[in-house]
Design a protein around this ligand. Structure first.
Ligand SMILES: Nc1nc2c(ncn2[C@@H]2O[C@H](COP(=O)(O)OP(=O)(O)O)[C@@H](O)[C@H]2O)c(=O)[nH]1
Ligand SMILES: [Mg+2]
Length: 114
């Protein structure tokens, strides 16, 4: 889960550094590495500090399909964010086990019985 504060531009800038760690994991062929982007403290936003365009271009650049704006005072989108990352983790675990099964099936074909 990648968090930044909607009222702190530096926290959004820092995401570009953080995402590099995820990019390294993605290079290891973990195709569906689960990531959810979260803008926190939505209730404190009085003026736009981080524009929607910046958020969307970050998501597009790093292929992050899910974004939530949370407000812990009201509890807005808190459960939703955790449910979504949970779903993505389940999906990617299933993907990985399917991949492993198919690799195993492949390797069986190369098996020679002497
Ligand atoms: N109003 C409001 N305050 C928040 C929210 N999230 C965190 N805070 C407050 O911000 C302060 C720091 O909280 P923390 O969870 O460490 O968030 P961080 O600032 O992102 O590190 C605490 O006083 C929290 O009560 C939010 O969504 N809305
Ligand atoms: Mg803190």
């Amino acid at each position: 889960m990648l968090f930044f504060s909607l009222v702190d531009e530096a926290s959004f800038v820092y995401l570009s550094e953080m995402i590099q760690h995820i990019e390294k994991l993605r290079e290891r062929e973990i195709s569906s590495f689960p990531v959810v982007l979260i803008g926190t403290k939505h209730d404190l936003v009085t003026e736009t500090i981080i524009s929607k365009e910046h958020i969307h271009s970050f998501m597009a650049r790093y292929e992050i399909p899910y974004y939530f704006e949370t407000d812990v005072r009201r509890g807005t989108n808190v459960t939703e964010s955790f449910v979504k990352i949970g779903e993505l983790i389940c999906d990617s675990t299933l993907d990985l086990s399917r991949k492993q099964i198919s690799q195993w099936e492949q390797s069986k074909k190369n098996c020679q019985i002497m």
